[in-house]
Design a protein around this ligand. Structure first.
Ligand SMILES: Cc1cc2nc3c(=O)[nH]c(=O)nc-3n(C[C@H](O)[C@H](O)[C@H](O)COP(=O)(O)OP(=O)(O)OC[C@H]3O[C@@H](n4cnc5c(N)ncnc54)[C@H](O)[C@@H]3O)c2cc1C
Length: 350
C-alpha cells in the first residue's frame, strides 16, 4: 500500500483530542491551508486544562496555571489568543515539607509568569477552539487504512470521516488503545505500541474546599511540597486568581494529593476522602477549616506523565503511515510544553 498523501499537498487532517496540544497543532495546520477536523471525546475542549463552575465557585480542577514558556507558547497566550481576562498570578508559591514546615519558595521561579484567566484556565482552549471544526462527544476508537489515508471510527463502531493524515493528541495510554484497535501493518504497530508503552502517568486526586468566610489571607498564592513525602502535594488559594471566582467573602482551596496518597485512596468513597483531606489541610495551615461550605473532588487517572517517550523516534515510524503524535506524553506534564509540542509536530507534518 502506498503511503497516504505522499504525493500532492496535504488536504484533510484529523486531530484526535482537543486538549491544548491538539488545538495548537490545529491552528498551525489550518494556517497552512489544510482542512482540519478535531475529534474530542468529552463535551468540552481543553483536556486537563479544565475549569468547573458550581454553586458560584469557578475553579481549575486540573492544571492550575500556565508557566511562561518559550517564545512559541508565550506568543499563543499573550498575542494570538490573548484574552481580555488573562492574568499573571503575582503572589508567590511557597514550599512545605513532610513535617508541614512552611517557608518561602525559590525567588527566581517565583519571578516567572503564572498565567491564568479570571474566568478559568480553560479560556485559552475555548479561545483556540473558535472557528475550528471540532466534533465534541466523539471518542475515536480505532482507525482503518484506506487508499487515500485513514477512516476514523467512533466508540459505537460508526465511521466519522476519512482523512489523509491523522494527528493523535491524546494521553499515551489512550493513544495506545487506539493503535492496538487499529489496522496498522504488524511491524509498525508493534514499534508504535512499544514507544507508547514507555509512558507512565501519576494519578492525582484533586479536592476543592470552599469556605465562607474565606480562609486567612497568606503571603503566598499556593504551597508546594518539595520533599514529596507529604500527603498533600499542592495547596492553592484559588480565589487569589480573581475575586469573581467565589461568592462574596468566600474562598476556595484546592488540595492536590500526592501520587502515593492518590493511589492508596483511589477506591475510597469521595466523602471519606474529602473529610480526610479537610483534616490534613487544617493541620498543615494550623487554621480552623473543618467545615467547608462547598466541596468537590476529581480523580485524574492520567494526571501527569512520570515517564515520557521520545516523540522523534515514534513520529519517524508514524509519519510514513500518515500518522503523527503530540502531547505532554513526549515533553512532560505542563500546558506550555503541550502547546509547544503541538506546534512543533504540526510544523513537521507540513
Ligand atoms: C491535576 C492536574 C494539575 C496540573 N497542573 C498543571 C499546572 O499547574 N501547570 C501546567 O502547566 N500543567 C499542569 N498539568 C498538566 C497539564 O494539564 C497537561 O500537561 C496538559 O494539559 C496536557 O495537554 P494535552 O493536550 O497534551 O493533553 P490533554 O489535555 O489530556 O488533552 C487530550 C484530549 O484528548 C481527549 N481524548 C482522549 N482520548 C480520546 C479519544 N479516544 N478520542 C477523542 N478524544 C480523546 C481528551 O478528552 C482530552 O480533551 C496538570 C494536570 C493535572 C491533571
Amino acid at each position: 500500500m502506498n503511503s497516504p498523501g505522499k504525493s500532492g499537498t496535504l488536504k484533510s487532517i484529523a486531530i484526535i483530542g482537543a486538549g491544548c496540544s491538539g488545538l495548537a497543532a490545529a491552528h498551525i495546520l489550518r494556517d497552512a491551508g489544510n482542512a482540519v477536523t478535531v475529534f474530542e471525546r468529552s463535551q468540552d475542549v481543553g483536556g486537563r486544562a479544565a475549569t468547573r463552575q458550581q454553586q458560584s465557585f469557578i475553579y481549575d480542577h486540573g492544571a492550575q496555571y500556565i508557566k511562561g514558556g518559550s517564545a512559541v507558547s508565550s506568543a499563543l497566550i499573550t498575542e494570538r489568543f490573548r484574552a481580555a481576562d488573562l492574568v499573571d498570578i503575582t503572589k508567590p508559591v511557597w514550599i512545605f515539607d513532610q513535617q508541614g514546615h512552611i517557608q518561602e519558595g525559590d525567588p527566581l521561579q517565583n519571578m516567572e509568569p503564572k498565567w491564568t484567566y479570571r474566568s478559568g484556565l480553560n479560556t485559552l482552549a475555548k479561545d483556540m477552539a473558535h472557528g475550528l471544526d471540532i466534533r465534541l462527544r466523539t471518542r475515536i476508537d480505532h482507525l482503518q487504512r484506506t487508499i487515500a489515508g485513514w477512516s476514523l471510527f467512533d466508540g459505537t463502531g460508526h465511521p466519522v470521516g476519512e482523512f489523509e493524515r491523522v494527528l493523535i493528541a491524546v494521553p499515551a495510554s489512550h493513544a495506545l488503545e487506539i493503535i492496538e484497535a487499529s489496522q496498522l501493518p504488524a511491524a509498525e504497530r508493534e514499534s508504535v505500541s512499544l514507544q507508547l508503552r514507555k509512558v507512565s502517568y501519576r494519578p492525582l486526586i484533586s479536592v476543592m474546599l470552599g469556605y465562607q468566610p474565606a480562609p486567612q489571607t497568606r503571603p503566598y498564592y499556593a504551597l508546594v511540597n518539595t520533599d514529596k513525602a507529604h500527603a498533600i502535594s499542592w495547596l492553592a488559594w484559588e480565589h487569589e486568581k480573581a475575586p469573581e471566582r467565589v461568592p462574596e467573602q468566600a474562598g476556595l482551596l484546592i488540595a492536590q494529593m500526592a501520587p502515593h496518597y492518590s493511589r492508596e485512596w483511589w477506591q475510597v468513597p469521595s466523602d471519606e476522602i474529602i473529610s480526610d483531606v479537610v483534616k490534613r489541610v487544617a493541620a498543615l495551615l494550623d487554621e480552623p477549616l473543618s467545615s467547608p461550605c462547598f466541596t468537590d473532588i476529581c480523580h485524574w487517572r492520567y494526571a501527569l506523565p512520570a515517564e515520557t517517550t521520545n516523540a522523534e523516534q515514534l513520529n519517524a515510524i508514524a509519519f510514513p503511515l500518515g500518522l503523527a503524535f503530540c502531547g505532554d506524553a513526549f515533553v512532560g506534564g505542563r500546558v506550555h510544553l503541550a502547546l509547544e509540542h503541538g506546534v512543533a509536530v504540526a510544523r513537521q507534518l507540513i
